[in-house]
Design a binder for this molecule. Structure first.
Ligand SMILES: Nc1ncnc2c1ncn2[C@@H]1O[C@H](COP(=O)(O)OP(=O)(O)OP(=O)(O)O)[C@@H](O)[C@H]1O
Ligand SMILES: [Mg+2]
Length: 510
């Protein structure tokens, strides 16, 4: 007696379909599994044996072999329990065969309860695209899949409710929802809370307009953390595709229960500087996405940048360039998207006052301490940060300034045209924002006027710029031009962009 059902395993945020074959043949009673299972999958046999018996079914007193194909894909996690139990009960004639191409995912408890598993959104989305008609899934995961996939969904909370037996549940018919995202109006914080700092706010507006990485440098208590934490309020709203991708990452990381069934706002991740390499980049067994992936489509804010271990900071170099993280294990490779806007904040030195001395306060750092502090930040990491922004101590008249401070609404007035222009250029989300323009799109959008070319050449020499910095300055100029509604980059746009690369050398780590 033989039965074949389908389940799947996750590699990164991709669901790989797995055929689960169950064969019952004469011989001494045995229950074995083959096909590169990990220990959690091998333990499934014990859970399935107990669940089948406790739900009133007969466990066959014969030789039962479970094979999972393709054999070269490593099978991890507990999501195969339900498929193995279904295959066993169909092969032994206790359940009727399933009609239509069906994927089955779920963990079983010993009494037959179907427990939720991570990554259901990826499963539902990929199964639909791979030609499956139906997904049998844990009832507790239903909210994740609903509205995103065109599959018929069959939620199951107990093995006894198996479709076609005592209490079949009708498949939930639904269509992929047409989602509309808008900027959340309910943000409790606003840029109007910050007095002065007009230049820094302008830089934040440019960062949000073209998704440019930024570094805020200044003495203690000048508003760096305030500037960064208010950034989500002026980012462009999510579109459906971006939200689907980010929501998949949260589904795989098992964090979706905190956010409903979709992420409607771009994520803002602010990990503490004691974070480990695996926490930042992803890892573990089975691998889980790290902070760089949880920030996908949104912001990764690293406050007190030099306090992070240098090894952790260096790991950011690959995702900042490739927009994805690949974790390689002996038997499998996992890729997680990680396209984020990096915002970092730091003091110019350990005591906080280097380069900003006044009559009453001077920098007390020794040369050694200063070098140690600045040495935490490598040249390649700083090269990937487009906007270097000084956040100085306010002058007394700036504090008293009668004019209302720039608010979210003021900044959005600058930015919204830029968002629309970039979206209208019709690039996909991976390349939609100016900071990510590449190849032909970059060449088409980023022609410089003659005087700007000359200035750039001079700056390239005098500031010792890299070719990466060279093109990043042009991208910022493109964003400023978009903010002004200008079709081509003008000299003024370029000159403003260049300022964000030639911050006072005393402040910049070398
Ligand atoms: N420009 C400002 N306008 C209004 N309040 C401010 C401003 N700058 C700082 N503050 C006040 O100071 C507090 C600290 O600000 P914030 O945490 O942003 O400083 P910081 O620059 O990040 O300092 P540190 O370098 O010590 O981290 C805020 O909670 C706020 O009350
Ligand atoms: Mg701070």
């Amino acid at each position: 007696m033989f039965a074949k059902v389908y389940s799947c395993c996750l590699q990164g945020i991709e669901a790989i379909p797995i055929e689960v074959e169950v064969d019952i043949s004469n011989g001494l009673p045995a229950f074995s599994i083959v096909g590169l299972p990990d220990s959690a999958v091998r333990e499934a046999l014990e859970r399935v044996r107990a669940a089948v018996k406790n739900c009133g079914y007969q466990f066959p007193m014969s030789r039962v072999t479970v094979n999972m194909a393709p054999a070269d894909v490593r099978k991890e996690g507990t999501g195969f329990d339900l498929a193995i139990a279904a295959g066993l009960l169909i092969a032994s004639g206790q359940l009727p065969p399933i009609e239509g191409k069906t994927m089955i995912v779920g963990e079983l408890s010993l009494d037959g309860l179907v427990r939720p598993v991570p990554g259901i959104l990826s499963v539902a989305d990929d199964a639909g695209r791979l030609g499956f008609e139906q997904l049998i899934l844990p009832a507790a995961n239903l909210h994740e899949a609903i509205g995103w996939s065109k599959l018929s969904l069959q939620p199951l909370s107990h093995l006894k409710q198996w479709p076609g037996t005592s209490a079949p549940l009708e498949p939930t018919s639904h269509q992929a929802a047409q989602l509309r995202f808008s900027r959340s109006q309910a943000s409790p914080v606003d840029y109007a809370d910050i007095r002065g700092q007009k230049r820094a706010k302008r830089a934040m507006a440019i960062a949000a307009a073209g998704m440019h990485n930024s570094l805020l440098i200044g003495p203690p208590g000048t508003g760096k953390t305030m500037l960064a934490t208010r950034l989500p309020g002026i980012l462009p709203p999510f579109d459906t595709l971006e939200s689907l991708e980010t929501t998949k990452i949260y589904s795989v990381a098992n964090l979706l229960h905190q956010r409903g069934n979709r992420l409607s706002d771009r994520p803002f991740r602010s990990p503490h500087h004691t974070i480990s390499a695996a926490g930042m980049i992803g890892g573990g067994s089975p691998p889980k996405p790290g902070e760089v992936s949880l920030a996908h489509g949104g912001i990764l804010f690293l406050d007190e940048l030099p306090e992070f271990p240098r090894t952790v900071l260096e790991l950011l170099r690959q995702p900042l360039e490739d927009n994805q993280v690949t974790i390689s294990r002996a038997r499998a490779t996992y890729t997680y998207p990680s396209r984020f806007l990096l915002v970092a904040a730091m003091n110019p030195c350990p005591c906080g006052y280097a380069g900003t001395e006044s009559k009453t306060r001077t920098c007390r750092c020794t040369v050694n301490r200063l070098e140690q502090y600045r040495g935490k930040l490598s040249g390649p990491l700083l090269d990937r940060i487009d906007l270097h922004v000084e956040v100085p101590r306010l002058k007394p008249d700036e504090i008293k300034d009668a004019a209302a401070p720039l608010s979210n609404a003021d900044l959005l007035a600058w930015i919204e045209t830029a968002h629309q222009t970039q979206r209208a250029r019709g690039q996909n989300p991976a390349e939609q924002w100016n900071s990510r323009l590449q190849g032909r799109n970059f060449a088409a959008a980023c022609a410089l006027p003659h005087e700007a070319e000359e200035l750039l050449q001079a700056a390239y020499e005098s500031l010792g710029l890299s070719m990466r910095a060279h093109s990043r300055i042009i991208r910022i100029a493109r964003t400023i031009a978009d903010m002004e509604g200008s079709e081509s980059i003008q000299f003024d746009h370029f000159a403003e962009a260049l300022q964000y690369r030639c911050l006072d050398r005393d402040l910049l780590p070398t």
